[in-house]
Ligand binder design. Structure first.
Ligand SMILES: [Zn+2]
Length: 346
């Protein structure tokens, strides 16, 4: 999910907080391969790292409102209460989220990069920075279905792509869920913790948008309905949505992505900072008409009430995580929270 450029409080703060510094890597596993004491040290640390990783990742269950009211000081995983085939990953920051999922984003849906092979680190960094983004700002929220994630990790293995520790953590989670197996029905949706220019209210906007993607991936009847809706649009309406999504960095050649994002922005993203009538060249009345037509014929299931209901209430602000606050230094976003979750501090 992207935020619109040119809004009054756009991504400047995020970029200032999370500069495009070289990413610290899986050095514990690879740095010591030169031999001798360094090798033994690296092997020992590597074994320790894997031991920590071998522990099952705790997965709770939470409603939309419960996730919205949480300030995650470490990466938190929950089943979405109304549909446990949707798993919410709540990251402590945009940067933690980006390190885990930016390579997946490029592989699955970003424009200008291949979708049949993975980017190595240099190519990923180039893809991110070429659009003026950083690891943190590549997306505000992510959503992927199990089959695409399984394909990503199968390719990483067959192509010998070394992954970030955060990506290996995701692989462990997917293995634990059984989603690396053929035929798995599931989806992850993600959002960042409050901080920087991400307010508690914005978290709620992002989550509602991503929840609709979760439903699209896991409820075949809903996916079918969205496909029908897309087909029912006029060519100029489809072109307008496609152009808007192209400006957001999505690969417009992927029709399924276009129609999935259209339902998410049009129906489930009622915040003009992310979507408004002008970005598709329409009036508010015309957009309302499209919305009403979609909602009136929507299949009746757990997502349906969210199409019209206001976002759950959230606190005006959320206290910074104590560790994060303690570790903040000018120009850097260092955070013990990441360490607690097994992440290298960036
Ligand atoms: Zn989206």
């Amino acid at each position: 999910m992207r935020r619109l450029p040119g809004n009054e409080d756009d991504t400047i703060i995020v970029r200032a907080l999370a500069p495009a510094v070289p990413v610290r890597r899986r050095s514990l596993l690879y740095a010591g391969l030169g031999g001798g004491a360094a090798l033994l040290t690296a092997a020992g640390l590597g074994a320790f790292w894997w031991q920590r990783r071998a522990k099952p990742i705790p997965i709770g269950t939470a409603t939309e409102a419960e996730v919205d009211q949480t300030q995650p000081c470490k990466t938190t995983v929950t089943y979405l209460a109304p549909d446990k085939s949707v798993v919410v990953i709540d990251f402590p920051s945009l940067r933690a989220q980006g390190l885990t999922l930016d390579r997946v984003a490029a592989f699955v849906e970003k424009a200008g990069v291949p979708h049949n092979r993975l980017l190595d680190d240099a190519a990923l960094d180039a893809a991110i920075t070429s659009g003026g983004d950083t690891v943190a700002s590549y997306y505000y929220g992510h959503d992927y279905q199990a089959v695409d994630l399984a394909r990503f990790f199968a390719l990483a293995r067959s192509e010998g792509i070394a992954l970030y520790p955060q990506e290996l953590w995701l692989k462990q989670l997917l293995a634990q869920l059984g989603w690396l197996q053929p035929g798995a029905n599931g989806a992850i949706i993600t959002l960042p913790g409050a901080g920087g220019d991400v307010s508690p209210e914005m978290r709620a906007v992002i989550l509602r948008h991503e929840i609709s993607h979760g439903a699209f991936y896991t409820v075949p009847e809903y996916r079918h309905y969205v496909e029908q809706f897309w087909a029912s649009l006029t060519p100029s309406d489809r072109a307008a949505f496609t152009a808007f999504l192209g400006r957001q960095g999505y690969d417009t050649s992927l029709t399924e992505l276009m129609l999935n994002e259209t339902q998410a922005y049009l129906i489930f993203t009622r915040d003009p900072r992310f979507f408004n009538a002008a970005v598709i060249g329409k009036t508010e009345a015309e957009v309302d008409q499209l919305r009403q037509g979609f909602i009136a014929n929507m299949p009746n299931f757990w997502l349906t009430p969210l199409a019209n209901s206001p976002l759950p209430p959230v606190p005006q602000s959320m206290p910074a995580c104590p560790e994060k606050q303690a570790m903040l230094a000018p120009g850097k976003r260092l955070c013990l929270c990441y360490r607690r979750a097994g992440f290298a501090c960036g």
